[in-house]
Design a protein around this ligand. Structure first.
Ligand SMILES: N[C@@H](CCC(=O)N[C@@H](CS)C(=O)NCC(=O)O)C(=O)O
Length: 214
């Protein structure tokens, strides 16, 4: 019997990264759409993610939250998709997955909110400062077509999505190299399927939209 896989998301959220990963695996999954606000803060959902955030997956009764962890978990749970790192790719894979989930997510969010680490405290901030973090992120692709080298892996879904969103929102400069990298990801059939599914659900799920029964 197939292990049950449930995906909790909102189509206007980082859940798009997890959806892309799910589509790459070819796994069967059930989608539960949550509105921002009361639905994400309900006791039922808090039992799944006490952070009250999407995305989350529940697979065989086990919960995984955090986009980076969801991508890494699914890559291993569905090895036939070939998206988990080969032994020689592991160093780059873990290094850049964690870099994107930690330093980059914090640096880019703080920048978007207009918060800059005071220079005298950059030693305490895990990402130091925005400029350094940005330069490090974009340098990954200076000498390779994918995050781990020659091959597309789950790191290209997670780190690549962060790069694509940064370019889209203007936090990351749109260099020809990055634009080419992003287009290669977007050309993948799984990305297109995921985008179609999320786009089809957008109506009524924005951050300002309360649930219909609220
Ligand atoms: N670090 C988390 C971030 C998750 C996150 O912030 N999700 C946002 C949507 S993009 C959310 O659920 N916000 C609802 C809220 O905080 O009320 C991840 O990578 O999954």
């Amino acid at each position: 019997m197939m292990t049950k896989l449930t995906f909790y998301t909102n189509p206007m959220s980082r859940g798009r990264i997890a959806r892309w990963m799910l589509e790459e695996t070819g796994a069967d999954y059930e989608t539960v759409l949550l509105h921002y606000g009361p639905e994400m803060q309900s006791d039922d959902y808090k039992a799944i993610n006490p952070m009250m955030k999407v995305p989350a997956i529940v697979h065989g009764g086990k919960t995984v939250t955090e986009c980076g962890a969801i991508c890494a978990y699914l890559a291993e749970a569905f090895p036939d998709a070939g998206l988990a790192p080969l032994p020689e790719e592991r160093a780059d894979y873990y290094r850049w997955m964690f870099f994107a989930a930690g330093p980059w997510e914090q640096a880019s969010t703080n920048r978007a909110m207009g918060f800059n680490v005071p220079s005298e405290h950059s030693g305490m901030a895990g990402y130091g400062d925005f400029e350094r973090t940005l330069a490090t992120l974009t340098s990954i692709l200076d000498d390779r077509p994918h995050i781990c080298g020659d091959r597309f892996t789950a790191a290209d879904i997670y780190v690549g999505s962060q790069i694509a969103w940064g370019v889209q929102f203007g936090t990351i400069p749109a260099t020809p190299r990055l634009k080419d990298y992003i287009s290669r990801g977007m050309a993948r059939p799984a990305f297109q399927r995921a985008t179609e599914k999320d786009d089809a659900e957008m109506d009524g799920y924005g951050p300002e939209t309360p649930p219909a029964n609220a």
